[in-house]
Design a protein around this ligand. Structure first.
Ligand SMILES: [Zn+2]
Length: 209
């Protein structure tokens, strides 16, 4: 049989060995969907596709195997009196909508106003990824990220803005490409104080691009 593993050079095992760990009904489910799409899952080009799809699902949805809050357990208390906004902008993410299992692709901006605890800045991105790598709706993704930062860091305020395009809109249905959906969750001072909210939105450059 032809070498059909050329896309998976990063993994040393052959397709059959790797697929042995995947339940047969998972592989069969992908074959069923290939048939449903109108193709033949036994033709050469598709023969290893169920295994690839099954492994890809474990990557798309690896957020289920973690608690994103754990990324916020190691905090730094010595912030040297820093009491201004901490902002991480343009965190790229990919998620999947829970209605069509189609990709949601976009970016997250996360800001918080620390009290005494700050966290390594990469941890904010890890929190976002932990929730993005699940079946989602954008509104809940936004809220879950904000709630986790509130719970983990107890800051004076949290602002999370998510801008994303939904493949279920651009690749099917109304076929509108280039439409971006924006969702936000403001907590603490960013919710209560107009000036603080305007300041954080300006730092995120929301509405300016
Ligand atoms: Zn959808």
């Amino acid at each position: 049989m032809a070498d059909y593993h050329t896309h998976d050079d990063d993994e040393p095992l052959t397709g059959e060995d790797r697929d042995a760990a995947i339940p047969a009904d998972v592989l069969e489910a992908v074959r069923t969907l290939i048939r449903w799409a109108g193709d033949d899952p036994t033709r050469e080009g598709l023969i290893d596709t169920p295994g690839r799809v099954a492994r890809a699902y474990k990557e798309y949805f690896k957020g289920y195997s973690e608690n994103p809050l754990h990324h916020l357990t190691r905090t730094f208390d010595e912030v040297g009196g820093y009491d201004e906004i901490v902002l991480l902008r343009d965190i790229r993410f990919q998620s999947h909508c829970e209605h069509h299992m189609a990709p949601i692709i976009g970016k997250v901006h996360i800001a918080y106003l620390p009290t005494t605890r700050v966290v390594g800045i990469s941890k904010l991105a890890r929190v976002a990824m932990g929730y993005a790598k699940r079946l989602q709706v954008q509104e809940r993704l936004t809220a879950e990220i904000a709630d986790a930062i509130q719970e983990g860091l107890h800051p004076r305020g949290v602002a999370v803005v998510v801008e994303a395009t939904h493949a279920c809109m651009s690749a099917r249905g109304v076929l509108t490409s280039g439409v971006t959906m924006t969702t936000s969750r403001m907590m603490g001072v960013f919710r209560e104080d107009d000036r603080s909210r305007k300041e954080v939105l300006a730092l995120m450059k929301i509405g300016s691009n």
